[in-house]
Design a protein around this ligand. Structure first.
Ligand SMILES: CC(C)(COP(=O)(O)OP(=O)(O)OC[C@H]1O[C@@H](n2cnc3c(N)ncnc32)[C@H](O)[C@@H]1OP(=O)(O)O)[C@@H](O)C(=O)NCCC(=O)NCCS
Length: 331
């Protein structure tokens, strides 16, 4: 079935190492109060966000992606020149072309390789797991760098409180290969999109054909429509993923949801019957970093010792498109 990856059991994706990087520059809610009419209390109550990291002037998406990639390579005990492929999920490239992946390749000093970006907005990392698995199905030896990386701050109008409070920059990376042991690695991915909802959330470029000129280079969003669609999409892909694998909710060790809003996370967590301390939450510190949010949360939870080898991890995301998806893996 399209959107449901068939995995070669001898080539099951496994994660060799994770890394993440958040820009040093931090904007607190109090800083945002100086830029638009909002309050720390409103932002925390409606979203759970307290701070966000944003790139400094001259710091690009590819810079933070490179830093996260170096950390993932170090965690995998690998040198960059051992990589066979680089895939980046992003909706906030530094340049429309070349891809962020090409800039990362340059910054890592790598020989010619297949490298490219994909855009599935906040579901990007789930899409990357699926795409990497497709390559591994035919060659399980490949070492693939997958990064969810965003510099959304370039599209934020800081005087627009409807979006200025919500987003941040960052990158989460992983080095993956095939050949996971039985009952381990990636079990399945389930990815979807519904373009009929393209108008409720997105990022305009310099001359958007379907939006007024004042939205050029700006994020557009119908917050309530996104909220409702997100809860439905999240829930349906999670149900499908668990059912496909014959896994009961109670067997999940860790749930890593896309980090858009604590109220969405709590609503879905409650539906899953997950205890709060089994849900990885970074939205308070990072805000919504789109494709970076799931791999960053994964990397943070591996670094701080919560997620260990052998743990069953459910990931699910949703975002502009609308896109959504879920993945289940034993770390
Ligand atoms: C954006 C979002 C936080 C807004 O919360 P909400 O509860 O829907 O709030 P509303 O839009 O109904 O606005 C409530 C009130 O707060 C005000 N308000 C809106 N944004 C505000 C802000 N940043 N600061 C202060 N007040 C704000 C509104 O003007 C409105 O005031 P009113 O009652 O006087 O008319 C919420 O809709 C949301 O999280 N949606 C999903 C967004 C998302 O996840 N996007 C990314 C997906 S990948």
């Amino acid at each position: 079935m399209p959107g449901q990856n068939t995995i070669n059991p001898d080539a099951r994706l496994r994660i060799l190492g994770n890394g993440h990087y958040l820009p040093e520059k931090v904007l607190t809610n109090q800083d945002i109060e100086q830029l638009c009419e909002t309050s720390h209390e409103w932002i925390v109550e409606r979203t759970g966000i307290e701070r966000r990291h944003v790139c400094a002037d001259g710091e690009g998406n590819a810079d933070i992606a490179t830093e996260a990639s170096k950390r993932a390579l170090a965690a995998a005990g690998m040198q960059a020149d051992e990589l066979d492929m680089i895939l980046v999920a992003t909706c906030s490239q530094d340049y429309n072309a070349p891809s962020v992946a090409c800039w990362v390749q340059q910054k890592l000093g790598l020989r010619p390789l297949p490298v490219f970006d994909i855009n599935a907005a906040c579901s990007g990392f789930i899409y990357l797991l699926e795409i990497a698995q497709v390559y591994l199905n035919t060659n399980p030896q490949l070492k693939i760098l997958i990064c969810g990386s965003e510099r959304l701050s370039q599209f934020i109008h800081w005087d627009d409180r409807s979006t200025a409070v919500l987003f941040g920059d960052g990158c989460g990376a992983a080095v993956v290969t095939g050949g996971a042991a039985e009952n381990s690695g990636l079990f399945s991915t389930h990815i979807y999109a519904d373009g009929s909802k393209a108008g409720i959330l997105g990022v305009c470029n310099a001359n958007p054909p379907y939006h007024p000129p004042e939205l050029a280079g700006h994020i557009y969003m119908d917050g309530q429509a996104v909220f409702k669609s997100a809860v439905l999409a999240f829930s349906s892909s999670i149900d499908e993923c668990l059912e496909h694998n014959g896994v009961d909710k109670s067997e999940i060790d860790w749930f890593i949801p896309h980090q858009a809003n604590i109220r969405i996370i709590n609503a879905v967590g409650k539906r899953l019957g997950m205890a709060d301390d089994k849900i990885i939450v970074t939205v308070n510190e990072c805000a919504n970093t789109s494709a970076a949010s799931i791999p960053t949360a994964l990397s943070i939870a591996v670094d701080d010792g919560r997620i260990k080898r052998g743990d069953l991890v459910l990931m699910a995301g949703f975002g502009a498109g609308l896109t959504w998806g879920a993945a289940l893996l034993r770390y």
